[in-house]
Write a protein that binds this ligand. Structure first.
Ligand SMILES: [Fe+2]
Length: 361
């Protein structure tokens, strides 16, 4: 019986009547099962090698996942477009998740380490979709089951997929914040062909437009108030780059600034962003006012690339045009962090060394 999901479905409808999905009815089906064993993160240990990636077409092989296993990563963070669902039919979405579950390289990854995930537009359900996508609740239920989010997780108890994990060992703490950049996000402003705008979108100056929505902002503030030595913020879309007209936090600049202001106000140490979506890999480094250097490691994609990489004034190192994943190595004794881009041939394409204590107010 899908008891927990039934309860949740009712709760979501009760508190969000505006988002009611008239075509959906709760049904007596088992939780979605995709047949692969799921390892949960062990929060009593600090991981030393954390890998992450995004943009994985379920129709094609994903051999780069073998390199992640070979490198003995201890955690893999999926950053969205984890499948290309692109449908409002949940049976189609389920079949596409099943294609990922059936891949031997994905099974090897999942057997070797815990996997946690956020979603982006294509696994949420539609290209560049935000809060108007009509199947968000059904898609969330499947996401939660596929990624093995426990029935007791707070992530299942509110609209959207945001949540966090706190790892702690020997008095040091790693916080992993998983953002939902889809469920609450307003329409983006199309490129009007004027000025410096290019590609699909121009920045939206309307102060009412949002990426995260107020409930997630309030939750995020409480998260940033938690003490942590390193704080990985998983955002499906890029945060630290310069405007390029594709989807990212630069589409809604006042929300990007709100994030910086929130980090400064809560004096949250150790923030490093990781992101996906764009089909190339790069590391951005910004120096916002009133805070320490802010890195964004973009890992994209697992088996997706793009023919035109956009300029980025904050990029440090190479833009990686080939399939790639990101990696974070943490020497907790020396309090050193290494940010890496790893390409499809298992070559290190970017390597940035950061003293953990340089990421402090
Ligand atoms: Fe995307």
């Amino acid at each position: 019986m899908r008891i927990f999901s039934l309860f949740l479905f009712g709760a979501i409808l009760a508190c969000q009547p505006a988002q009611q999905e008239s075509t959906e009815t709760a049904s007596d089906v088992d939780p979605y099962s995709f047949g692969s064993a799921i390892v949960q993160p062990d929060t009593q240990r600090l991981p030393r090698r954390i890998a992450f990636g995004s943009c994985a077409d379920q129709n094609r092989p994903q051999p780069i996942l073998r390199h992640v296993v070979d490198r003995q990563a201890e955690l893999f963070i999926y950053l969205g477009d984890n499948i290309y669902g692109d449908t409002e039919e949940m049976s189609v979405l389920q079949a596409k998740y099943q294609m990922l579950a059936d891949k031997p390289e994905f099974q090897a990854l999942r057997a070797a380490m815990p996997t946690v995930a956020v979603w982006d537009d294509h696994d949420y359900g539609a290209n560049d979709a935000g809060r108007h996508y009509p199947k968000k609740d059904s898609s969330k239920a499947m996401f939660m089951d596929f990624w093995g989010v426990p029935a007791t997780s707070l992530r299942r108890q509110h609209p959207g997929i945001y949540g966090s994990h706190m790892f702690e060992e020997n008095g040091q703490r790693l916080q992993l914040i998983l953002l939902d950049t889809r469920t609450f996000r307003d329409h983006l402003l199309p490129n009007d062909g004027q000025g410096d705008h290019k590609n699909d979108y121009r920045p939206n100056p309307n102060p009412d437009s949002t990426v995260l929505g107020e409930a997630q902002w309030a939750w995020l503030e409480t998260q940033l108030q938690e003490p942590a030595d390193l704080r990985i913020i998983a955002s499906s879309i890029q945060f630290g780059h310069s405007y390029n007209g594709w989807e990212s936090w630069t589409n809604i600049p006042h929300e990007q600034q709100r994030f910086l202001d929130l980090i400064a106000r809560t004096r949250a140490n150790g923030v490093v962003f990781i992101s996906g979506d764009v089909h190339w890999g790069e590391i951005s480094r910004r120096e916002p006012e009133r805070m320490y250097p802010l890195y964004d490691v973009t890992a994209s994609g697992i088996n997706q690339d793009w023919d035109k990489i956009e300029p980025n004034t904050y990029r440090v190192g190479d833009a990686v045009a080939e399939y790639n994943v990101g990696m974070m190595e943490v020497d907790w004794e020396a309090r050193r962090l290494t940010l890496l881009s790893i390409d499809q041939d298992n070559r290190e394409r970017n390597r940035v060394e950061v003293a953990l204590d340089s990421l402090r107010f």
